[in-house]
Design a protein around this ligand. Structure first.
Ligand code: ZN
Length: 316
């Protein structure tokens, strides 16, 4: 028999919408990773060939913190200049603290992280990056020559809407708009291997529907009404991911966002407290998710009780 919270959640239209959009972003991220990886390696080789300062035998001591970086050696000074020359946000915020400058010459991903939003310090490569990090990199680095970059920005906004929705629900008109924006985005990336096909699968995910009954789950829009074997194995459209995996992955991203927001502000705002409170309430009604996210919840609890952020940079 299905748990009451699970049934209510997976039968709620707006929550299903939230899951579907999140699912599409997970699919996008999996295709963008390989592409961004190859492009950044090429870009890094191009930049490295332009460093004329003599390389030191030992790693230098230059370190960045937050939005600040003052190079102490000629190699890092040149790297900083080159990175800035290719940064589309050179007059705005640059999160130098994401990366370790002393590794710029040898680790291409340390260079990539300067083009990303905060919270990347511990991440070692594209396989650890979510769609937001990859899209922001594409948006901030002029090596990626995307004809209509506004489509990338629109998708970043959609993703932020989704992750900042504290009740984890979005309306059907919002989801329709999201589907159109995803379609437009993919049109800018037809050269990314497998992405067009993935876009077709996303359309299946977006139009897919299901209902949960005590007996189990069945697809509503499938070719035939088909009872699935277990309660927790809805495979969402053609995506190949099961609903419980999608939920856990998305909720982890949501918690991560919350951490970063709180760390940026240095304390909990009233809005954060409300968000955490809503979130805890949601999980208390959904025992299946609560047990799967126990470790994440303990971190969140500790954050709440101490009213100070944990080491969010270290939270992965
Ligand atoms: Zn240095």
């Amino acid at each position: 028999m299905a748990l009451p919270g699970l049934m209510a959640r997976l039968n709620c239209r707006e929550y299903k919408n939230w899951m579907k959009a999140g699912q599409c972003l997970l699919m996008l991220q999996s295709r963008l990773r390989g592409y961004v990886d190859a492009e950044m390696q090429r870009f890094h080789r191009q930049l490295a060939s332009r460093i004329t300062a003599p390389r030191q035998r030992k790693r230098c001591q230059c370190r960045a913190k937050g939005k600040q970086f003052q190079p102490n050696c000629p190699v890092c000074a040149q790297w900083k200049e080159l990175i800035l020359a290719h940064h589309n946000n050179k007059n705005g915020e640059i999160h130098w603290g994401n990366s370790d400058p002393s590794l710029w010459s040898t680790h291409y991903w340390e260079v990539a992280k300067v083009f990303m939003p905060r919270g990347q310090t511990q991440l070692k490569g594209p396989t650890q990056c979510d769609a937001a990090a990859l899209l922001n990199l594409i948006n901030a680095c002029d090596y990626f020559r995307i004809p209509n970059i506004s489509r990338v920005r629109e998708m970043i906004k959609c993703r932020n809407d989704l992750m900042h929705s504290s009740d984890m629900m979005v309306s059907s008109p919002w989801l329709k708009d999201f589907g159109e924006k995803m379609y437009d985005l993919i049109a800018e990336f037809t050269h990314v291997p497998g992405l067009v096909r993935e876009g077709e699968k996303m359309q299946e995910v977006l139009s897919f529907d299901w209902n949960v009954e005590d007996l189990g789950m069945y697809e509503v829009d499938g070719p035939e009404k088909e009872y699935l074997q277990t309660e927790r194995c809805i495979t969402m459209g053609g995506s190949g991911l099961s609903s419980d995996n999608v939920e856990i992955l998305l909720i982890r991203q949501l918690i991560q966002e919350l951490y970063l927001e709180i760390e940026e502000q240095g304390s909990l705002s009233k809005e954060d407290e409300d968000k955490i409170s809503k979130f805890k309430n949601f999980l208390s009604q959904n025992e299946d998710l609560k047990s799967a996210l126990q470790g994440d919840l303990e971190r969140l609890d500790s954050l709440w009780k101490n009213n100070v952020p944990l080491n969010a940079e270290g939270y992965v």
